[in-house]
Design a protein around this ligand. Structure first.
Ligand SMILES: Nc1ncnc2c1ncn2[C@@H]1O[C@H](COP(=O)(O)OP(=O)(O)O)[C@@H](O)[C@H]1O
Ligand SMILES: [Mg+2]
Length: 326
């Protein structure tokens, strides 16, 4: 048994909502349907899944913001529901879309405010804040108001804010959402650097490449359930001898796609349409024998840009989550 510092067992969470004023309709959403996973000390662990999968719900439960409907959660040996006050000093979190920075204050004063909240001794504050601003590359603008910052700078300040109590575990919900590529890259470097210094990180993302680049292990989550948990390498290996045949055609219909999916040794067919052009991807272990069958199946169609490649993590994800798979 390795050193698990997060352990989640059969966690379920149901939201009950009411809609309508006159005739009230009750609606129940099973956001998490029995989630089990554990995270080891020092890992970067990713929850990867499409919108509505349950990622934010899971992260809110782990960070004491929400109670599970049932199941067991243990973080650093604490129960986040009954031992919230003991757990909170050891963790921190940055939830997406959160606006808990004070825009009228400078970066430095924001961090000083949160350092006070975490009861950081006054004589340690200056050094800690200077170090954090350095880490996230905001030293030069330390005394500028946050309202003058770009989105990327604000997000980096959020990271610094999430580190004022030197947490053992940092939770990040969609950390790079809405950032330009350069800012997102910088953010990933900071996350890697932090992890190098021993911080365990649990992050959610719906960006495949981000999970691939950062995470030691990924849990694919879809519709409140975990579909697979493994390292990015192992996940890719699972489809090691699978190839992807991709090509584009004009004006393909559902019937043809179904026909393609019934070809021997074709595991999956994905299709995506842009204007009148459809890109089709076939997952297969024997591409050479399939290619001629594609032409046989589609007489009269102009098949363009046919390529045979190894699956990317994104292809694996589509296969696992079943997004656009026929
Ligand atoms: N406060 C809420 N009340 C009702 N339903 C909710 C609430 N929060 C989330 N949900 C529903 O729970 C499901 C999971 O949502 P969420 O955890 O936000 O997913 P993700 O972060 O992966 O996009 C979705 O169907 C969402 O609509
Ligand atoms: Mg979310």
């Amino acid at each position: 048994m390795k050193d698990s510092i997060i352990s989640v067992t059969d966690v379920k969470r149901t939201y009950k909502t009411e809609t309508g004023y006159i005739k009230k309709k009750r609606r129940q959403v099973d956001a998490l349907k029995g989630i089990t996973f554990s995270v080891e000390k020092g890992e970067i662990f990713g929850l990867l899944g499409p919108n509505g999968a349950g990622k934010t719900t899971m992260i809110k439960i782990l960070t004491t913001m929400l109670t599970p409907t049932s199941g067991k959660v243990s973080i650093l040996g604490f129960n986040p529901v009954t031992e919230m006050n003991s757990l909170r000093p050891h963790i921190n979190f940055i939830l997406g879309g959160e606006r808990n920075l004070y825009w009228r204050l400078s970066a430095y004063d924001n961090l000083a405010y949160f350092a006070d909240l975490y009861k950081l001794p006054r004589h340690e504050q200056k050094q800690t804040i200077d170090d954090l601003l350095e880490l996230v590359g905001l030293t030069d603008v330390a005394h500028q108001r946050v309202e003058t910052f770009s989105k990327g700078m604000k997000q980096r300040l959020q990271i610094a804010r999430g580190l004022v109590n030197n947490p053992e575990i940092l939770f990040l919900d969609e950390p790079s959402i809405g950032l330009d590529p350069v800012s997102a890259r910088k953010l990933r470097e900071i996350i890697q650097h932090l992890n190098g210094k021993g911080t365990t990180i649990l992050l959610t993302t719906h960006y495949m490449f981000e999970a691939d680049e950062l995470c030691d292990r990924i849990a694919f989550i879809d519709k409140g359930e975990i579909v697979d948990i493994d390292s990015p390498e192992n996940i890719k290996q699972k489809t090691d001898n699978v190839s992807i045949i991709a090509f584009t055609v004009i004006g393909v219909n559902m019937e043809k796609l179904n026909e393609l999916s019934r070809l021997p040794n074709v595991q999956h067919v994905q299709s995506s349409k842009q204007d009148y052009l459809t890109t089709i991807k076939l997952h297969t272990r024997s591409p050479q024998s399939i290619v001629p069958l594609i032409y046989d199946t589609m007489p009269g169609f102009v098949i363009q840009d046919l390529t045979i490649t190894k699956p990317s993590l994104e292809d694996v994800y589509v296969q696992l989550i079943g997004g656009k798979v026929l």
